[in-house]
Structure formats: C-alpha cells, structure tokens
Design a protein around this ligand. Sequence first.
Ligand code: DLL
Length: 436
Amino acid sequence: MDVPFWNREIETADRSRLETIQLERLRETLSWALKTPFYQKQLRQAKISSADDIRSLADLRKIPFTTKDDLRLNFPRGLLAVDMKDVVRIHSSSGTTGIPTVIYYSKEDINNWADLMARSIFATGASSADVFQNMMTYGMFTGGLGMHYGAERVGMAVIPIGGGNTKRQIKTMKDFRTTVVHVTPSYLLHVHTKLEEFDIKREELALKKAFTGAEPHSEDVRKKIEQLWNIDAYNSYGLSELNGPGVAFECVYKNDMHLWEDGYIVEIIDPDTGEPVRDGDSGEVVLTNLIRRATPMLRYRTRDLAYLHTDPCPCGRTHRRLSRIMGRTDDMLIINGINLFPSQIEEVVMRIPEVATNYIIQVEKRGDLDHLTVKVEIYPKLFLGDPSQLEALKGRITEELRSAIILHPSVELHEPNSLPVSEGKAKRVIDLRPKE
Ligand code: DLL
C-alpha cells in the first residue's frame, strides 16, 4: 500500500527521539503554564516552581490532573498564558451545565495545530488533488475551522459549507465533485437516506473518503458508512481542550488512530484511582498539550475511555495508536443497578443487517424500576412484507441485546427518518427518569 507522509522524519522518529522531544516540550509547556494564575496555584501546591522540577518524563506524574471543572472555575482568563495582543483565536464551549470553557490560541498555536491537521489528512492518502467539503459546524466548535486550516495547508480545494441543510450538502457534493467530506458519522448516515428524496444517485457523486469524528461510533457504523457510500471512512479524534480535531487520526491502514506524540503526551489511567493502567489496558485518556502556548494544558482528564495499541502499525509511523473511544466516564447509564454504556447497544444494533442508520436509547421510570427502550430504524421494504417477520426481527434484536447487556429492553421498530436526527453530534440517549 502507498503510505504517504506529511513529515516522514517526525512521523517515523524512533521512541527515544520522540521522548526527547516530549521532555523538552513538556518543560517549555510547564514554564508557560507557570505564567497562568490557575497553574501557578496548582503547581505550587504540588511543589513545582520551575521547569527544573521536571527532569524526566516520569516526573510528569508529579503534576496534578486538570479537569473540565478547573477550566470552568477559571473562566475566562485563569489559564491564559500570553498577552491578549498575542491571541489570534478564541474557541469556547458552553457544555451541558451552561458554564463555559475557553481556549485561546496564538498565531504559532494555530500554525502548529494546522500542521497536525495537515499530517492527519495526508496520512489517509488525501492530498491537494482533492475537493474537500467540510460539513462540520464552523463557529465556536473546533471541528469547522480546525480542519479547515489543515485542509488549506495540504492544498485541498476547501468548501467551507459547515453543518446542516442536507439538500444543499448533496447538491454541493454533486456540483463541485467533492471527493472528501469531514462530518459526524451519524450525519453522514442520515445524508445517505436523503439521496433518493433529492433525486441524486450515488453514481453521480465523486465521493471517495470521509473523515468521521467528534462523536462515538462503533466499527460497525464505519462499515455501514463504507458500504452504503462505497467510500473509505477514517476515524478522527480530538477535543476542544486539546486544540480540537487532529489529536489522533487513522492512516491508510484504518486500524485505529495514531496519536501525534510530538504534540501530545498520552496517559491511560484508572478513572477511579488515577493510577496508570498496564500497557494495553483500557482506561481514561489523559492528555498534555506540548505545542500550545496561549492555553497550556497539563494532564487533562478527557473522561474518554480507550486503550493504546502496543504493536506497531504497518505504515511505519511510530506514534502509538489510540483505540476507538469506547465510552465516557460520564455517559455510563445505571439501569436497575446495572452499568451500561450506550456504545454497547450500538455494537449490537448496528451489526444487524435489517437495521438502517439511526437508533435512540430511552430510559424511564416504570413504578420503582428503570425501563430501557431501544428504538431502531429499519429499512422501508421490511414494512411492506409479512408483519410476522417484523415481530420475529423485533424478537431477534431483543434477544441479542439481552444477551449482550443483561438487561431486558423493549425494542421498537421505526421507519427511516422517523427518529430525531442531529446535523452535528448525535444525541442518542433520552433519559426521562426524574433527577434525584
Ligand atoms: O469534537 C473535536 C473534533 C471535531 C474531533 C471534529 C473530531 C472531529 P469537543 O466538542 O470538545 O471537540 O468534543 C470532544 O467528543 O472528548 C469525545 O468524547 C468525543 N469525540 C471526539 N472525537 C471522537 C471520536 C470535538 N472519533 C469529545 N470517537 C471527546 C469518539 C469522539 N468520540
């Protein structure tokens, strides 16, 4: 397989070289962090007063974790390390609690981020020959502008269409002969259901690749996207606190995401104890940003659950690969005392060939007990057949769910496009239980 590199030297650097770079950049990041009110206090408590207190990568563990609450409590300038005149971009998110977080970027920070993005794009084999439709929301969300700058750096023809307006998305794909899209997986599946309605056939489009990310999705969702669209889909991971997209990205081999270790230090910890897990075990992803000056980020607890591959990738890149995100420490549902991650349900339903592209998980109280309902869309032709077949399908889905998750859910079958859909990140779980 042809393995393209944006920066071969750094992407294939051996471990000791990468670690040397990491230590040097960690020390720099620490000195920038010490310019912020938040880290001054945080590091003083940990008895760290200068970069000299970090002599090896093992010393990273002396540094306390940073959490989303720290960012919220120190809004708006508690983590700002440079003068406002050196800031060229601000991204902010409001999140579910309504208390915002903010990330500032200097010119150099944007430059570094664009480079990581360009490297990620190149790793998939995309290039300046591609027409790139950026279907992620622009604005404060980092998925739009973050990817945009990387795509321009690669020299792609960028269409900054942003999220939503499905008809326009499809028409634009056709008019400009789009070859690569950047989109949430759930929205890309939804767009496929609309091709017929807008009278456009897949063969009229030039689409070859999709960069999918910003929300959890299983390997079966990737397969569904690839089969329905007849394209290659590459998983892309990132979060606003660590720039945005471009933290980890799949290469042409599509066997999980290279995490750019000259830009970030990754740790996998046990979320309960904060201690590192054994090599290859899963746990919470903790990230330190090595190349951002305006808002340094040390040991950020992402709440995302994943593991690191320990075996090398055939592409020759030495940067370790992060698995698919299996869930978040804060999206676990407790149903009648049983722990359940929404991804466990997705894995079951998306494997069933009759299931189409969308599903919803609903939890409610019935008397004293929690009740789980899984609503799935199925392909329309199934509604035309014998109703007993629908009953049989429902029974099969219920049975497969029951054996995978122990709980006994109700299953509802719905027609395509009847369940709510989002043009950005999907909202899969509706929890109607009263808040305690
Ligand atoms: O979602 C940044 C991004 C944009 C990544 C475009 C990829 C593509 P936030 O809005 O801060 O930033 O949300 C970050 O989304 O902590 C994960 O829980 C989830 N997430 C992001 N990418 C993936 C992925 C952007 N590939 C949060 N798989 C993260 C699973 C993902 N979850």
